[in-house]
Design a protein around this ligand. Structure first.
Ligand code: NAP
Ligand code: MG
Length: 473
């Protein structure tokens, strides 16, 4: 049992001013794995004052000092690899191989990338008779979700540290232990006291407290749209800058000239990774009528081969969903898909056989989906693949863009000119063509209701900076 009921404030683990605790559950077997503090506003206030105080000196550090610090953090992060990987699997239910790559490796990459970006980052530009300085924004409140416990916190913190801003983090109560290891890493890496603070607790109290706090300058949030709206409303009252990384309903367009087996493999990995609990998941598969039958036949064959079960097993590809709430949400969407007349070709409601002890859902494919159905419009956040068809590219693009979201998109095909053309027509922040590898220097964030602002690389660092113009006679 992990009994970690303290908060990390001003470089120390300290007791909460309250006594309430929150139990953390292993989604693979519903057993309690430990408990954390249900933090109070007093705890948050202490963390904010520590961050405010540390800002005075941390904002004055040099680029070189921060490069050294970020690389030291990355070194310490590497030393704690096993702990991080095991903890992500325990609290999220992520298959152990995926907890390592990409869950752990992405988080690590952000610290290294931020250090690299700093080498030639322009903190001052000259225009006419004016110097334009980029200065750290101040105290940043970070609110993160449970689906990438190390990555979501790390991309934000790495950018903030690179910029010279100080932070208060509230991790998701479903997956708090990974973030607590990260706090330990910062301590051993020599992050100055108060630069990083962590307060555990509920979104309702600590999250809300961050977005309304008069001494926090900026809020960076990743999570659901409704909470994002709430944060924006709160932040408006103290004119706080807000960045939001919200959900998506990202299209994957399969082109007629694709290699079908390759298109199927890409579809499965982009839509089922992390049991579909990914904001950039391919969530609407758009296939030409001409190859629909062959594509779905191969997809059905391949999906049934995917190892599903205990996330501790090295070969597992699909583990449980994170919580009962998430499991019930996915069941409801499968139900709605059936009721609205989509054709269920594999999967469906309930648990996969023999996996009743955890929050496991059945990998599910729907065909005959039209763009007005709920499963084609809303974010399911589960292992459910809706397939839609198109007659010509114009129709494919229209279906792809028929959404309130614009986080990501995927294009699979052989003709480079056509894949580029289709990529440029999708209104979303991050498009991946075929099996392109990850790029940590490229911006990550959404058009439309997928959010405001960008993370990763130099774009992430810029969010934690203010612009100052000094006009000289
Ligand atoms: P959520 O409720 O938006 O939670 C995200 C974070 O916000 C958590 O730390 C949460 O705290 C906190 N929070 C909750 N209410 C808050 C409030 N009023 N003010 C400030 N912070 C608050 O997301 P969820 O419940 O975990 O997931 C619900 C849906 O959100 C998912 O089904 C999915 O559609 C979407 N989602 C998107 C992403 C993404 O990467 N964009 C990630 C996860 C989920 P708690 O500790 O109390 O939960
Ligand atoms: Mg929630």
């Amino acid at each position: 049992m992990l009994n970690r009921t303290q908060h990390f404030i001003n470089g120390e683990w300290i007791d909460s001013t309250g006594t309430e605790t929150i139990e953390v559950i292993n989604p693979a077997n519903k057993k309690t794995i430990g408990k954390i503090s249900n933090g109070t506003i007093q705890d948050l206030n202490r963390a904010v004052s520590a961050a405010r105080n540390a800002f005075l000196s941390f904002s004055q550090t040099t680029r070189e000092e921060r490069i050294i610090l970020l690389n030291k953090i990355a070194d310490e992060f590497e030393k704690r690899k096993k702990d991080i990987v095991d903890t992500i699997t325990l609290e999220l239910g992520s298959p152990i191989a995926h907890s390592e790559t990409p869950q752990y490796s992405m988080a690590l990459a952000h610290y290294r990338q931020a250090a690299k970006e700093l080498e030639d980052f322009e903190f001052v530009e000259y225009k006419n008779h004016t110097a334009i300085y980029k200065e750290p924004i101040g105290v940043s409140g970070l609110i993160t979700p449970w689906n990438f416990p190390a990555n979501q916190a790390s991309t934000k913190i790495a950018s903030a540290i690179a910029a010279g801003s100080t932070v208060v983090l509230k991790p998701a109560q479903l997956t708090p232990f990974t973030a607590m290891i990260i706090a330990d890493i910062f301590k051993s890496a020599g992050v100055p006291d108060g630069v990083f603070n962590l307060v555990n607790g509920s979104g309702r109290v600590i999250g809300d407290g961050i977005s309304s706090h008069s001494d926090i300058d900026y809020v960076s949030f990743t999570g659901s749209g409704n909470v994002g709206k709430n944060i924006s409303e709160n932040a408006a009252k103290t004119i706080k800058k807000v960045s939001l990384e919200l959900g998506g309903k990202s299209p994957l367009i399969v082109l007629e000239d694709c290699d079908i087996k390759k298109a199927v493999d890409i579809t499965l990995s982009k839509s089922l990774f992390n049991s579909g609990q990914v904001c950039t998941a391919a969530a609407k598969i758009i296939v030409p009528e001409s190859i629909h039958d062959e594509f779905t036949k191969v997809l059905e064959e391949e999906i049934s081969k995917l190892p599903i079960g205990n996330p501790q097993n090295k070969d597992t590809f699909i583990g449980p969903l994170v919580s009962e709430k998430q499991y019930n949400q996915v069941q409801e969407y499968i139900d709605t898909g059936i009721k609205e007349g989509a054709h269920l070709i594999i999967g469906g409601k309930g648990h996969p056989e023999g996996l009743e002890e955890g929050f496991y859902a059945r990998p599910t494919i729907f065909t005959n989906v039209n763009k007005n159905m709920t499963i084609a419009k809303e974010e399911i956040f589960g292992p459910v693949i809706p397939i839609l068809t198109y007659k010509d590219i114009g129709e494919a693009i229209e279906i792809a863009n028929d959404t309130i979201y614009g986080l990501a998109g995927y294009v699979v095909g052989s003709d480079n000119n056509l894949t580029q053309k289709v990529a440029s027509s999708i209104r979303a922040g991050r498009i991946t063509i075929n099996n392109a590898s990850e790029d940590y220097s490229a911006p990550f964030g959404g058009y439309k209701q997928s959010g405001v602002g960008r993370e990763w690389g130099k774009y992430g660092i810029e969010e934690y900076l203010e612009l100052k113009a000094v006009l000289t006679e």
